[in-house]
Design a protein around this ligand. Sequence first.
Ligand code: FEO
Length: 394
Amino acid sequence: MNAREIIKDIHYVGVNDRVTVKFEEQWPLPYGVSYNSYIIKGSEATALIDTVKIDTVNTYLPKIGGEKIDYLIVNHMEPDHSGSIPEVAKLYPEMKIVCNAIAAGMIKGFCHITDDSRFLIVKDGDEISLGNHTLRFYMTPMVHWPETMMTYIPDLKTIFSGDGFGTFGALNGGVLDSEMETGLYFREMYRYYSNIVGKYGRSVINALNKLKDVELNYICPTHGPVWHDKINDVIEITRRLGSYESERGIVIIYGSMYGNTTEAAEEIASHLNRLGEKNIIIHNAAHSEMSDMISDAFRYDTLIVGSCVYSMRLFPPVEAFLTAMETREIKNKTFGGFGSFSWATGAAENKFKEFSERLKLPLAATFSFKHAMHDGTAKDAKEFAEQIWEARNK
Ligand code: FEO
């Protein structure tokens, strides 16, 4: 497939990856992923925006091979975008690599391109001219790495946003959101954001603030559709996620070896449902994908975590989930913890309290029981659900 003009003078040259099983070797890709790259043809010069993962370079190079590229703009250095820089640099020995100073250091380290004359280093607000189009650079550190920047074309009101506003899902024929059903990409956006960028909410909000007066007609991210019709929706979802704002829903994540903690999870969910909650999502941490658990915990307002005690600690898959929450500095949740034990009284509750204190996430309720559920503990589970419900509806 050749380059395709998607906006006046902007050609899409990205590739789909339906082979990689897990993004970053961690996050499942049931619908694949696209690595987006774009060519901007100015009246005097041509620029290429980002490259693609090296595994897909054989599909990528024929798309750009016929063009004379004057500038390679490197918005982000994670290898899903920078992996093909060495091949592109070889193909175009006269081409300047346009990036900030941090990215230049990474290109030297990752790509072994060390000749300083190949680089054109830019700072926040700098511009380069392609003749009839100008490229302006906005530094947006930590969306998703420290070197990340965005490239804006004022006359086309188009921004190349790197991972910002990206989503999982390979492109199925169309490139612009107006050319496709976008439901899949919006669903996958929660998982993409929470899994990949989730820790950097403050940086995402800083970037949105920096761009608040920038007119946007098109957003061209490095993954997923080019946003045009649905720009406002995409910005609003990104703002909400970056601010750790939640939607109404209860997520119960539990780990159980022999079914006793499972029984408690079911009991708690049943009470919450009777209290009026329809949107309850239960994950068995030993079976569900970490990716989905993180995504649901990010998206919804109430998080309940249950665990049996395991060698005086939480059950390992539950502990791994809480570590993922801590890494992402999760905020603004109604949080509750419950668990079962055989002899280590209070071990799970202590771990939930420690987690709550470290994250400054108040523990709305705790509940634990010895051995198996019985009538007394079923009553405790009901009270636990009521305390959570009350705290959440305050
Ligand atoms: Fe799509 Fe942070 O790379």
